[in-house]
Design a protein around this ligand. Structure first.
Ligand code: SF4
Ligand code: SF4
Length: 164
């Protein structure tokens, strides 16, 4: 009797192994394969559109942890200009209040999430570091009109394949 149950156990175990050997994988090898993150992902990297900025400092004032340091001055036409805008991303809590406070919508969160660094010093970004470029990827946070244009999230559980 015991021998029979033992054999059944092995057969069931083999069946489970076989099923898992032939089904689609449910994990991927990062960074060789990258999945699309959710369209609703807020993002945690600030990006600054210099051209639209009016140097009003509302973003710095809205920051609850004071991680935006800003220095402004007036040019020869008495127009405000941004001399310095540093963001200490090691202190930033990605709350997004600065994005919401900006009257020009020139500060936004990026979907880029691969910004790890080895030194804490490198977490202090200057305005040049956060400058908007052609490769900046705005998230849908506080800009729902962006959300529909973003690529759909890759869900392996639906049997979909990842982007190569
Ligand atoms: S996301 Fe929040 S914590 Fe980070 S800089 Fe903006 S207001 Fe400050
Ligand atoms: S709130 Fe917007 S417009 Fe004002 S200084 Fe900040 S980024 Fe520039």
């Amino acid at each position: 009797m015991k021998l029979k149950s033992y054999g059944e156990g092995i057969a069931k175990g083999m069946l489970v192994t076989m099923k898992n050997a032939i089904r689609d994988p449910i994990t991927t090898q990062y960074p060789e394969k990258r999945l699309n993150i959710s369209r609703r992902s807020r993002g945690n990297q600030l990006v600054w559109n210099k051209t639209a900025c009016i140097s009003c400092s509302m973003c710095a004032r809205a920051c609850p942890v004071n991680c935006i340091t800003m220095v402004t001055s007036r040019d020869e036409n008495k127009k405000l200009q941004m001399d310095k805008m540093d963001v200490d991303t090691g202190v930033c809590i990605s709350c997004g209040l600065c994005v919401e406070a900006c009257p020009q919508k020139c500060l936004f969160m990026s979907r880029d999430y691969e910004k790890a660094v080895y030194s804490r010093k490198k977490l202090k970004l200057t305005k040049e570091d956060i400058l908007m470029t052609d490769s900046s990827k705005p998230s849908g946070y506080y800009s729902p009109e962006n959300e529909t244009k973003l690529p759909k999230q890759t869900l392996l559980i639906d049997g979909k394949k990842w982007d190569k």
